[in-house]
Write a protein that binds this ligand. Structure first.
Ligand SMILES: [Fe+2]
Ligand SMILES: [Fe+2]
Length: 261
């Protein structure tokens, strides 16, 4: 499942046809990361969690790539996280999954997860049908509880959605951007500073959903295939060289510290 381990300790993980938690505080050191827990489902039927729960430390992020997930957050809200929807739930906010539509493929992230405890609040009554959803707020979440974004919306593409500074939703835990380019001109138009740089303490992650991207990491030219995840450890100089089109993917950085050029 580790597609390639580079000489500089970067990794490419093959996530195609993979399900369950993949990166996290696991014994296997190739998959270990103390901040980021990352997993996915792969075209499964909608499901219902038995437990309504909250997390003591971790923000939980659901990114729905296919299908739709129904996620209660607090008391009167059941969010419909539709295809290309991203939901962040803050720590201490009760949530669960109670159903959905279609074949679900989603990315799950918890950060920071090393100290995190899952606290069960109560049992879920039962899975609900689509008609019941109408009684609830389905589209918005109070910013103290989290963040819901439609990744189809251009304003949420090619910019920091989560993070500090100019990010749409401010958080100290994780920088996250959704990159979506249909051709090279679009890449050039949207390209931010892409000079060779490294992060003194942060790990950077590149997750390709559609298409591939080529990066320079130290002296290696690395091609990250579609459906794969690249991990760049701290202190490793890197820069993006090119994409194949159409391209869609996520760039993530955690923990957040200042960048050194
Ligand atoms: Fe959770
Ligand atoms: Fe970087």
């Amino acid at each position: 499942m580790v597609l390639k381990r580079m000489s500089d300790n970067s990794f490419i993980y093959d996530l195609r046809n993979k399900k369950g938690w993949i990166i996290g505080c696991f014994k296997e050191k190739n998959y270990y990361d103390s901040y980021l827990q990352l997993g996915k489902t792969s075209f499964v039927e909608p499901w219902s969690d038995p437990d309504v729960h909250y997390h003591s430390h971790a923000q939980e992020i659901y990114i729905v790539l296919n299908g739709e997930m129904w996620i209660p957050v607090g008391k009167d809200t059941i969010l419909r996280v539709k295809e290309k929807g991203l939901l962040l739930v803050q720590p201490n906010v009760p949530h669960s999954v109670i159903g959905g539509k279609g074949k679900i493929q989603h990315i799950g992230i918890k950060v920071p997860h090393k100290e995190d405890k899952k606290i069960n609040v109560r049992k879920n009554e039962s899975a609900i049908n689509e008609g019941c959803l109408k009684k609830y707020n389905q589209n918005s979440i109070n910013s103290s509880k989290g963040f819901l974004a439609d990744l189809n919306d251009k304003k949420n593409q090619n910019c920091w959605l989560l993070g500090l500074g100019t990010a749409t939703y401010k958080t100290k835990e994780l920088c996250l951007a959704f990159m979506s380019y249909t051709n090279e001109n679009e890449t050039k138009k949207n390209e931010h500073d892409n000079s060779l740089h490294y992060h003194s303490k942060s790990t950077e992650w590149y997750l390709n959903i559609t298409g591939e991207q080529k990066l320079l990491v130290e002296k290696d030219q690395i091609t990250v295939p579609e459906g794969c995840l690249l991990k760049i450890p701290p202190m490793k100089a890197h820069k993006i060289l090119s994409y194949s089109y159409p391209f869609e993917g996520f760039t993530m950085r955690t923990p957040i510290f200042l960048m050194i050029k």
